[in-house]
Design a protein around this ligand. Structure first.
Ligand SMILES: C[S@@+](CC[C@H](N)C(=O)[O-])C[C@H]1O[C@@H](n2cnc3c(N)ncnc32)[C@H](O)[C@@H]1O
Length: 294
């Protein structure tokens, strides 16, 4: 049957592609707003991510969406939704678990003995690009367990967790996760730090209040030129974030992030991220873990 204009839906193939001009406009906007680099081969990915917005806004094509987005009202109303649609928020509890072993085995004992961190003064950690909270809550569970086992719960720390996406931050603050999500959390931590849902919520767990209160969530866009934390961090986790940036943006963003790291502080990157040929004030400790020179 031939389709008429009236019965077109956003699923019809001719509507699902972006014109080259619209893709260029979107690419420029996303790069300027959040630093994310979208090479040509990501066009299909962008199209598929924007289809949800089209359905929600009851528009009939990506071209209508772009015309709306690039109007003066559209950019105000839609920018955060565009950022939410384009950012990749994949994360997990205990992602790259060997880093948490290294944290408790090497990094914490060193910072405690040289700087009295966590003892004479609060140890400050920053989960930069925290997505829906699994990373900062993992850090909170690991450090609480460390504190209980070795320091009679007297090891003092706090965690700042930031992201550009308001949607993931909202989920993170609530701290509720599906049961299928918590498989990587060691059993002894599950029983201490996760609350089981009851009745119609039994497929969910909630992060226990004592762990939730160790983490402060806040919105931060790394593209802001000068962001200064109220206090520099001793340890920064910035994992699986710079991979979406081009070389120049990686260097700019990491330099800004490092200006909020104490001399002698540690930086954890994701396993597929490197600092090769980037001019940033960090020296390697082991692969993916770096230190700011004193
Ligand atoms: C793939 S997730 C990584 C989450 C977590 N760090 C991990 O390794 O599991 C990347 C996060 O970086 C955030 N992000 C991307 N661009 C950003 C920017 N310009 N400023 C702040 N956060 C950004 C995204 O919203 C996303 O939640």
């Amino acid at each position: 049957m031939q389709r008429t204009i009236q019965d077109k839906t956003p699923d019809t193939p001719w509507q699902s592609s972006l014109s080259d001009r619209d893709f260029r406009r979107l690419r420029r906007c996303i790069y300027n707003e959040c630093g994310i680099n979208l090479p040509d081969y990501k066009k299909t990915l962008v199209e598929s991510r924007l289809h949800k917005r089209i359905r929600i806004l009851k528009m009939s094509s990506l071209s209508d969406y772009c015309n709306y987005l690039f109007s003066s009202q559209g950019i105000k109303n839609e920018l955060n939704n565009l950022i939410d649609a384009i950012t990749t928020n994949k994360t997990d509890f205990f992602r790259e678990p060997d880093q948490f072993d290294y944290l408790t085995r090497e990094v914490l004992p060193e910072l405690i003995s040289t700087k009295g961190a966590g003892m004479r003064k609060t140890l400050s950690l920053w989960s930069a690009g925290c997505s829906s909270g699994e990373e900062p809550y993992t850090i909170a569970m690991v450090l609480s367990d460390f504190s209980e086992r070795l320091y009679g719960n007297c090891f003092d720390f706090r965690i700042l967790a930031t992201d550009i996406s308001l949607t993931v931050l909202k989920q993170a603050k609530i701290g509720i996760y599906g049961h299928d999500h918590i498989a990587p959390v060691p059993m002894h931590m599950r029983s201490k730090y996760l609350l089981k849902g009851k009745k119609n919520r039994k497929d969910f767990v909630r992060i226990a209040p004592d762990i939730r209160k160790l983490v402060t969530f806040s919105r931060l866009n790394f593209m802001e030129e000068h962001f200064i934390l109220s206090e520099p961090a001793d340890i920064i986790f910035c994992r699986n974030v710079i991979i979406y940036f081009n070389r120049q943006t990686q260097e700019q963003v990491l330099t800004r992030i490092c200006s909020n790291l104490r001399p002698g502080g540690y930086m954890f990157l994701g396993h597929s991220e490197t600092l090769n040929q980037l001019s940033v004030p960090l020296v390697p400790v082991i692969p993916t873990i770096f230190r700011k020179p004193v």
